[in-house]
Design a protein around this ligand. Structure first.
Ligand code: ATP
Ligand code: MG
Length: 392
């Protein structure tokens, strides 16, 4: 075993009561799955709301640390040095790694944290003791307890001690799968991958549904959506992606219905199909990237007409976000560069010149009365294909 370790500090799950172990187990399962994609072998030890990851000599701790930052439920990820639980051992570890711990800082403080109360020194006494050692080793440093350039943390835990310079922010949220199962309507745009990420962060397992419209949409457009699903899988594990073709529905709408209501009628078909697909795989909610007022089909009127279709809840986490806020998240999660690739989407194939932004339910039902809705839905549903997307 190597002495450098990773400490994963849990976030919101620590507030859970009796069912706490359910949430903890989901985090551990996700960590184990992600570590399978990292070189080396790893052992996990859990205690006191912290998961300690130990690697063998071949372990790529850098890669492991990066990947652990994508585990939902983890508030921070620290690269630390593990040693025995004695003042001398802590002192030796600080000496050995002093360059890495201090970097080019000019001021520092040591922060002891003794969760094992049988340890002979109190937390302040340990901080003072090791602070003295740091000053001897690095006489150019001065102590600043208020705003130090670097904080050397000395954690005395039940089974071991750990020394580190503080953690990096983890993915936060709730463990993958802890909140149930949702069906993400995933287009090739910027918003829907962000919507999926935000709901996965609150603990939903994701399936993704993509609507194509061959021959109007291309294979390249479908591959782009698969890449987006792959980027999401890096956070939430494997995703089943379903594809349904809307070609017949779109052609029928074009020939039979009022062009101004075309998009909204199409969106109602998307909702019917998405709900059917969700129930088929046991998902209990739909997720879309809609944002209030962003386009004609996302006015309050349009959304309420669309929302009237499904019985299961529709989560729209981007509803209150500005485009630049959505873009910021998409950059952070690595979907932006894929989303801006220029491929057509089924919604952009037949776009009405003057969409109705205030459709009423009467108008919509009048148009839908001209259609064999059940038949169109059945035939579209029969086109579905499935693909398992794994984390890259
Ligand atoms: P995005 O929201 O992904 O950036 P967009 O804003 O262009 O794309 P709209 O046409 O406004 O998307 O559709 C709103 C929502 O409907 C999308 O966020 C997505 O959840 C869903 N949606 C749209 N087109 C598709 C599609 N081809 N396949 C699956 N879902 C879709
Ligand atoms: Mg959008």
């Amino acid at each position: 075993m190597r002495s450098d370790i990773l400490l994963l500090k849990y976030g919101e799950v620590v507030m859970k009561g009796l069912n706490r172990s359910y949430f903890d187990n989901l985090i551990v399962r996700r960590v184990k799955n992600l570590l399978k994609t990292v070189e080396g072998e790893f052992t996990l030890e859990y205690a006191q709301s912290t998961l300690c990851i130990l690697g063998n000599e071949d372990a790529d701790m850098e890669d492991a640390a990066e990947k652990m930052k994508r585990v939902f439920g983890v508030a921070s990820v620290c690269r630390a040095f593990r040693c025995e639980k004695s003042v001398e051992s802590i002192r030796e570890t600080v000496k050995e790694h002093i360059e890495e711990l201090v970097g080019d800082a000019k001021t520092f403080k040591c922060e002891g944290k003794r969760s094992d109360k049988s340890f002979p020194l109190s937390s302040p006494a340990l901080s003072a003791e090791i602070g003295g050692t740091v000053l001897q080793l690095m006489p150019h440093l001065t102590v600043d307890v208020n705003r130090p350039d670097v904080v050397i943390k000395l954690e005395v835990r039940d089974k071991y001690a750990a020394v580190h310079g503080g953690g990096e922010k983890g993915a936060g949220g709730m463990p993958n799968g802890s909140a149930g199962h949702g069906m993400l309507l995933l287009s090739g745009g910027i918003d829907s991958p962000v919507a999926g990420y935000l709901m996965a962060k609150r603990g939903l397992t994701l399936d993704a549904l993509y609507f194509d419209s061959p021959p109007y949409t291309s294979e390249a457009a479908a591959e782009k959506v698969q890449s987006l699903a792959g980027a999401l899988a890096a956070y939430c594990g494997r995703i089943f992606m379903h594809t349904i073709s809307l070609t017949e529905i779109q052609e029928t709408l074009m020939s039979a219905c009022d062009e101004r209501l075309f998009t909204i009628l199409l969106r109602r078909f998307m909702m019917r199909l998405a709900e059917k697909q969700a129930l088929d795989v046991g998902a209990a909610a739909l997720i879309t990237g809609e944002s209030l007022g962003q386009v004609a089909s996302q006015t309050l009127n349009a959304l309420s007409v669309t929302n009237a279709v499904p019985e299961i809840p529709v989560f729209r986490p981007c509803i209150a976000m500005d485009k630049d806020e959505i873009v910021q998240i998409s950059r952070k999660i690595g979907t932006f560069d894929i989303s801006i690739l220029p491929y057509e989407d089924c919604c952009t194939v037949f776009v009405p010149r003057h969409p109705n932004t205030r459709p009423t339910m009467e108008q919509i039902l009048e148009e839908e009365a001209k259609l064999d809705i059940e038949g169109l839905v059945e035939r579209a549903f029969a086109t579905r294909r499935h693909k398992k997307i794994t984390e890259g």
